[in-house]
Design a protein around this ligand. Structure first.
Ligand SMILES: NC(=O)c1ccc[n+]([C@@H]2O[C@H](COP(=O)([O-])OP(=O)(O)OC[C@H]3O[C@@H](n4cnc5c(N)ncnc54)[C@H](OP(=O)(O)O)[C@@H]3O)[C@@H](O)[C@H]2O)c1
Length: 265
């Protein structure tokens, strides 16, 4: 762990590119995801935290893995997008709440021309989401739910009471359909917040433009999933863009090779 000389607060170190010591507050400050490119109508960023041995959670949740820099990175990313998409498994396990954010983040988003808070879109085939989950707790911040038309009618009726429901006529909702629906609603800056099975589908469709990964200095073992999980291998190679370190956490940023000509955003 690195410490600044006169406080006991870990420094934020940029290891690549251009090594430098930074204030923690500088971490991804002012980040706004691109609203697509000339070739594609949307941009998808992925954010995840993992243990050294690849575990996606401790005791079923990701919250215990990363330190303060990881939490700040997630907040910055939720300050950078139009919408966050998340799989139903994550909403259930992590007990997601609305993405309202604090006053400072809301004001910062508005300064950059974004809505005060990002929308949330939950992806589910079954539609089985408890209406008492915290994510449905604020009527002013109703999440969208993209649900398969094969879901039980009762589940759809329950969801309609607490969410903006988009019924999609596909058993497993294709990532292209998810992105097209977001774009049709005007949401071009998309942050994928996991979990592993939604990530697998997004990666298989080659829709991840950028990945923000925190590697926490802890090994977990046990049955936890990896950050991308499915039945078939879906190898994708990404370019390393930056490496930051804070309190032993490594904050890694990668980008799809199709964006090599892009100047930093
Ligand atoms: N470390 C991290 O950064 C991080 C981030 C997120 C989650 N996690 C962890 O990941 C674990 C959950 O893993 P998971 O793989 O179950 O997460 P997940 O991908 O969020 O959830 C899987 C469920 O989401 C729905 N889903 C995903 N893709 C779909 C698609 N293309 N079409 C229709 N429905 C789709 C299905 O819901 P239905 O079953 O309702 O049909 C599926 O069963 C939790 O322990 C959580 O803590 C960790």
């Amino acid at each position: 762990m690195t410490h600044t000389p006169d406080t006991d607060v870990p420094a934020l170190r940029r290891l690549h590119p251009d090594p430098a010591t930074l204030e923690l507050e500088e971490l991804y400050a002012g980040l706004t995801l691109p609203a697509g490119t000339a070739e594609q109508p949307a941009w998808v960023g992925l954010c995840m935290v993992t243990s050294l041995d690849g575990a996606v959670s401790v005791e079923g949740r990701s919250g215990g893995l990363g330190g303060p820099a990881d939490l700040l990175a997630l907040s910055r990313l939720r300050g950078s997008n139009d919408v966050s998409i998340v799989g139903a498994g994550t909403v259930r396990e992590e007990r997601y709440g609305p993405l309202t954010g604090g006053a400072a983040r809301r004001a910062d988003r508005e300064r950059r021309g974004l809505a005060p808070s990002p929308r949330l879109a939950i992806i589910t085939s079954s539609g089985r989401l408890d209406p008492e989950l915290p994510v449905f707790g604020d009527p002013a911040e109703r999440p969208m739910v993209l649900v398969s038309g094969s879901a039980e009618p009762d589940a759809l009726t329950t969801l309609a009471g607490v969410a903006e429901v988009h019924v999609i006529d596909e058993a497993s909702i294709s990532p292209h359909t998810i992105v097209e629906r977001m774009v049709s609603l005007g949401f071009r800056r998309i942050l994928c917040e996991g979990g592993p099975r939604l990530n697998q589908a997004m990666l298989a469709s080659d829709l991840i433009d950028e990945a923000f990964l925190t590697l926490a200095p802890t090994a977990v073992g046990g049955p936890a999933s990896r950050i991308v999980h499915g039945d078939t291998e879906v190898r994708r190679d990404l370019d390393l863009i930056s490496v930051l370190e804070h309190g032993g956490d490594l904050l890694l940023r990668y980008r799809h090779p199709r964006h090599r000509q892009l100047t930093d955003h």
